[in-house]
Design a protein around this ligand. Structure first.
Ligand code: 5GP
Ligand code: MG
Length: 186
């Protein structure tokens, strides 16, 4: 039987490489938010693994919240439409907010989410992404904390999906052409 691993044409970032970089990111975030009321907001579903591994490395008091956003709709290209799946937004009054997302691609998602969270008037608002694609952004946007810059290829694993699959791969890789047309699923 074909496994998820068989569908990966190339591994871009091994788990050990990702985790070593998370140590550095977490150290930086810890220094920047010491003694500050911090709320970390993860953008689901893509950031779930990144969020869990990152936050375990940040030894200061903080609150965790999540936003469920759909922007990709299962394809290989960003649709440009950003849908908020919940009616209630986190309460960020009197708190510094760090938004965490899996990948910065066109920038539309983080631009829209920042506008929305910014309108709730947190003390400050910054963004952290695991990956940043080397592409011209549709929305004027850059992230404050970036794990890795990657080439403009469609990647899966470590939270990132193709048609909701492959999120549980512990590394980040590029799908084979064959898997794109016929992904292994149950
Ligand atoms: P943006 O709005 O910046 O174009 O896209 C952000 C969202 O698109 C990400 O949160 C992610 O869900 C999805 N996305 C962008 N590039 C990739 C990719 O290479 N692989 C996967 N699986 N999702 C991606
Ligand atoms: Mg996402």
């Amino acid at each position: 039987m074909r496994s998820m691993q068989d569908d990966i044409a190339k591994i871009l970032l091994h788990e050990s490489t990702i985790l070593a970089r998370l140590d550095e990111l977490a150290y930086q975030i810890t220094q920047d938010y010491r003694e500050k009321p911090l709320t970390v907001i993860g953008i689901l579903n893509g950031s779930c693994l990144f969020l869990a591994d990152l936050l375990r490395r940040i030894p200061i008091p903080l609150q965790i919240d999540c936003l469920s956003i759909a922007s990709y709709h299962g394809g290989l290209e960003s649709s440009g439409a950003v849908a908020f799946r919940q009616s209630e937004l986190p309460n960020v009054a009197g708190r510094h907010v760090l938004l965490v997302d899996d990948i910065l691609d066109t920038g539309v998602t983080l631009h829209v989410v920042c506008e929305k969270i910014g309108s709730l008037e947190p003390l400050s608002l910054r963004t952290c992404v695991l990956l940043k694609k080397d592409v011209p952004r549709k929305a004027e946007f850059d992230a404050d904390y970036v794990g890795f810059a990657i080439p403009n290829e469609f990647v899966v694993g470590y939270g990132l999906d193709y048609q909701q699959h492959y999120r549980n791969l512990p590394f980040i890789g590029v799908l084979s052409e064959e898997a794109i047309s016929n992904p292994s699923k149950v």
